[in-house]
Design a protein around this ligand. Sequence first.
Ligand SMILES: [Zn+2]
Ligand SMILES: [Zn+2]
Length: 480
Amino acid sequence: MTQRPAGFTLSDNTVSEYETDVKQLVQALSPLIRKSPKQIESLLSYSPRNNDTHTAANAPILLVHGFFGEGQDYYWWNGMKHHHNVIVSDIGPISSQHDRVCELFYQMVGGTVDYGEEHSQKCGHARYGRTFETPAYAEWSSENPVHTVGYSFGGNTARALQQYLHEQRFPGYDTAADWIFSLTAIAAPLNGSSIVHDLAGLSTSESNSFRALAPGKLLERAFRLYDWMDISLLRNNFYNPYFAHFGKTGRTEADTWSEWLSMLVASVWNTPMENSYDHGLYDMAPGKCSRMNDKMVDAFDCTYYFSFTKTLTKESSWNGIHMPTTATLLSPVGAFLGMHNYDAKSLQTMYPRLDVSTEEKVSAINNGLRRNDCVVPTVLQSHPGLCFTHADQSVEASNYLNGLVGGHEDGTAKCACEHKATLQEHGDDLQTGKWYVTDYNNMDHGTLVMTVFDLSIQKEFFKSLYFKLRTLPMASEDKL
Ligand SMILES: [Zn+2]
Ligand SMILES: [Zn+2]
């Protein structure tokens, strides 16, 4: 999908030096313990590190997939390697943030998914969903936390999961925010994505209605049609939309021809999921995301936060529009987002906190929103609360735009972050309760995850990320 980005080099030599040392050690050990170097490597990388008392090194990595995503190898590739315990999410690909969070929690602890009485009644679906016979991490607790790594909408899901743990929203479980040791968001629409309006046809007026024939909406309908077709071979081995809590949907579940027909209509049109707005597409609308973010803690004091923004476009010097720097499958969308203009009213609906009081401000905001990775404007990816800071933009321009975002209730600015070009540039003296933003250029939304074209850069990324996560100090060590 993408070519190797020219600007991306892994500056952390520590990882490769460490690996060279391990390789030499393995070679030397091989004749002594009568195992092949490959067998020893396998033992070293996959055996649980029970004697390792360092929490960060011992904590499993929980990978949370994005919208339309799923939990198979071909989605994460290298993300599933390079750590001794990687758990892959198995949750609704187009489901709402709430439903995905509930599914993820019960996948981890085991048992039947409980979507909550109030939520299920409001949204017209069953209260209970799938049963996870085997917990993915039965020990999960404050003492045995996890590193969560969320790609795209998975970053939002991971944040919401932590908020629910903090609020103890799962009946019978004494949860806390510190069940999550670190949270990493990769190209996540942490403040939504305007693409929900541009391509999925959500109106920017108050009505909140979707255009029935918008390309993004048609794609979603095609997905529902796939579900209605109910081909078990595909469902069991390739892709399961996990709509069952909304009642009968698949063609094979119909008892009569009329039910068959009505289920077909309900699968592609007027679905209960759509009518209740209980779906992921709506939860990625910037306005909805902003309302959800307002009820969430931006960064808990017990957790390390990393985000990786991706950008494929660059501002053209003569007309202010942003064009993709590389031709990829997604770059036509990048060009579209790179030249888009919103009026003040639309901006206000999408970003209620933005100051759009003058033409000059509206024009500057539009300019700031155009940098994108072909799916999510970069501004929306950094951390909760819009962040216009970017290495490619002057400090004055960033400060001016960040001043229009609005701050915390106590008057402090939401954005106090320093962005770096690599993870290593943030250094080793990291603190909890603070977002560390790394901006990658020349990458579209599909680079690093979901790609089959550039696995070497993906490998470098996950190896260096996991190394960083394993060596994070305990939050309490920080304060000593
Ligand atoms: Zn729901
Ligand atoms: Zn920021």
